[in-house]
Design a protein around this ligand. Structure first.
Ligand code: HEC
Ligand code: HEC
Ligand code: CU
Length: 404
């Protein structure tokens, strides 16, 4: 396996040096020939142009040699294209999401982070997409460069053979803070990688859903099986039909999910038969919690870290934490203070509190802050818990903290 990553880099480099080398030699020969002809066939020496017809040998040479060179370039190029595109079957898949202006990486167990951590000696398949505009995912050390396109997934792969950190850039100009759209590949030994993965695991909610056979009746991709899909539950409402036929709406939150699993939610989900077995007393509490955490989109076993979330979600690309003004107002001292917003054309002072932050996250353009362009994106994917964590983070940077 080890050889393969080296091969991608080597074959790309070999192609580059071959094309570069041949071009340099040809440039040199052409320059030499030009100088020679300028002297040899100078007008003073040949006032009357010679009456040339043609030279078959010369014509064959200048046709055959470049043809062979171009075919050789194609051969090398084709080989490195195949090395770049031939993703090994045993590769570990990581989802890469670009957004203005940060990268995030999602692993099979649902964990996400702003850095691409990879084990040495193992091929890593990258499934790349974008949340907003076209970005370019570029890791020069691995000769990986591919567009991240919204609504589409592109694939690349890499394999690290030496521990270390390798820069990741965005190569498509994607707005004001494009140049700060940086991340890195962090290559560690397989043992270190395992222990990194194991942090907060054994509580892998997705694996537990599989273990308890939930996925036989519930899809995670939005499709309807015997039961409703368990994708994107947080923030939604369930319509329950009670035994007497009355319908009611219930917010899908932690309590609801726990009740649903033990058969205690009081009614069946509209449009489905009440065929789900009760798991009361059959699932240990930690496992129940881990599954619920997973369904709510939380990190396995860890409370949400607002600071990390703000970084992952790209907030910190536009909002500083030190008082300086980037694209938007600084988070420092924002919370707990009055801010001036434009409400239907009029300037209004509002207090930045939890409700206001949630309003901004749900609908940033509704009452934009005075003096700023209303360019903040919407965050439809944030779960209520994630919003709370962001509010908590802003609070920790806000005014109230300093006054105590
Ligand atoms: C035999 C099939 C079956 C199995 C196994 C099963 N479920 Fe269900 N589940 C259903 C059906 C059918 C419904 C909808 C009808 C109802 O509410 O009773 C449902 C409803 C739910 C709901 C409510 C969904 C919503 O949209 O409101 C949740 C949450 C849920 N199941 C989680 C689980 C979990 C977690 C497991 C595994 C521990 C599991 N289910 C195992 C069939 C199943
Ligand atoms: C693309 C840049 C950008 C990103 C990314 C961004 N914001 Fe903003 N944000 C702005 C701008 C510009 C404003 C001021 C204009 C407005 O209110 O619409 C703003 C306003 C705000 C305000 C209101 C400030 C005030 O004084 O009214 C809050 C709170 C806020 N953002 C929080 C966040 C959070 C939390 C995130 C991450 C989930 C985030 N922003 C991501 C650009 C951004
Ligand atoms: Cu970009």
């Amino acid at each position: 396996m080890n050889g393969q990553a080296v091969n991608v880099v080597q074959s790309v480099d070999r192609t580059f040096y071959f094309i570069f080398g041949t071009s340099a030699v040809i440039l040199f020969l052409i320059a030499l020939a030009t100088i020679y002809f300028v002297i040899r066939y100078n007008h003073k020496r040949h006032p009357v142009p010679a009456d040339f017809d043609h030279n078959t040998l010369a014509e064959i040479i200048w046709t055959a040699v470049p043809t062979l060179l171009v075919l050789a370039m194609f051969y090398y190029g084709w080989q490195s294209f195949r090395a770049l595109r031939g993703i090994p079957e045993d590769a570990m898949e990581v989802k890469v999401v670009g957004r203005m202006w940060s990268w995030s990486f999602e692993y099979a167990d649902g964990r996400t982070g702003p850095i691409l951590v990879v084990p040495l000696g193992k091929p890593v398949k990258l499934a790349i997409t974008s949340k907003d505009v076209i970005h370019g995912f570029y890791v020069p050390a691995f000769r990986v460069k591919i567009d991240a396109v919204p609504g589409m997934t592109t694939y690349a792969w890499l394999q690290a053979d030496r521990p270390g950190d390798y820069e990741i850039y965005c190569t498509v100009y994607c707005g004001l803070e494009h140049a700060k759209m940086l991340s890195r590949v962090h290559a560690v030994s397989p043992e270190e990688f395992e222990s990194w993965l194991a942090q907060g695991q054994g509580r892998d909610g997705k694996a537990l859903l599989e273990k308890h056979d939930c996925l036989g009746c519930h899809a995670l991709d939005g499709s309807k099986l015997v039961g409703p899909s368990l994708k994107d539950l947080p923030g939604r409402q369930a319509t329950l039909v009670e035994t007497d036929g009355r319908e009611r709406q219930v917010a899908i939150d932690e309590a609801y999910l726990k009740a649903a699993i033990v058969g205690d939610k009081g009614g069946r989900v509209k449009g489905f038969e009440p065929s789900m077995p009760s798991y009361r007393g059959q699932i240990p509490p930690e496992e129940l919690q881990a599954m619920v955490d997973f369904l709510l989109g939380r990190q396995p076993g860890k409370p949400l870290d607002g600071a990390k979330l703000a970084e992952e979600q790209g907030c910190l690309g536009c909002h500083s934490t030190d008082g300086s003004i980037l694209v938007g107002p600084s988070f420092k001292g924002l919370f707990g203070e009055k801010t001036t917003v434009i409400d239907q054309g009029r300037e209004v002072e509002v207090l930045v509190d939890a409700d206001f932050v949630k309003e901004v996250l749900a609908n940033p353009g509704k009452r934009p802050a005075k003096g700023f362009d209303p360019v903040m994106p919407t965050y439809p994917d944030l779960t209520p818990e994630q919003k709370e964590a962001l509010v908590g983070y802003l609070m920790s940077l806000g005014h109230e903290k300093h006054s105590h």
